[in-house]
Design a protein around this ligand. Structure first.
Ligand code: FE2
Ligand code: FE2
Length: 160
């Protein structure tokens, strides 16, 4: 990759480091989300109720940092990536922009499922499965997304 302007490159590298720090935090939260979703699928009613609380905490943590993170990536990092990547690889940035929409929709789905599950006394088995499925979809998409971004950001950060 080639970045023409060195001070711009330093600025981008500082931003990608911030982005990476958020990714690490989010990754730990995704592990918690996955564990909660699995408990929700197979647990006793008491375990399912505990899992719902755990999932609600994780969902609100993810959401609290996610939107500004997405915005900063889209406004600053993706623009730099598009400039630095050869034309044949720019499609990966378009894919990541799409991921942001998908993840936003999945977080909304998880929140909606939680609202429904929490409005009844504990979660029924069916509702639990639905909520767990939404959580696990979010975990999968977000892990793939973070992995891809970290690789590209590292490449961008190493640009002389
Ligand atoms: Fe992203
Ligand atoms: Fe990110």
């Amino acid at each position: 990759m080639h970045l023409q302007n060195h001070s711009k490159a330093r600025e981008v590298s500082r931003i990608t480091q911030d982005m990476h720090d958020f990714h690490e935090e989010a990754w730990n939260q995704l592990d918690r989300l996955e564990a909660g979703a699995n408990k929700l699928k197979k647990g006793t009613p008491a375990e399912r109720a505990a899992a719902l609380k755990e999932i609600a905490k994780v969902a609100s943590f993810i959401e609290s940092g996610m939107w500004s993170h997405f915005k900063q990536e889209e406004d600053e990092v993706y623009t730099a990536l598009k400039k630095a990547l050869p034309p044949g690889r720019r499609r990966s940035v378009t894919g990541m922009e799409k991921d942001h929409k998908t993840m936003g929709a999945l977080v909304d789905e998880v929140k909606e499922a939680l609202k429904h599950a929490q409005s009844v006394a504990g979660a029924s088995a069916d509702q639990s499965l639905q909520t767990a499925a939404a959580c696990l979809r979010l975990v999968n998409v977000m892990r793939k997304h973070i992995t891809m971004e970290d690789l590209l950001y590292q490449e961008l950060g190493e640009t002389p």
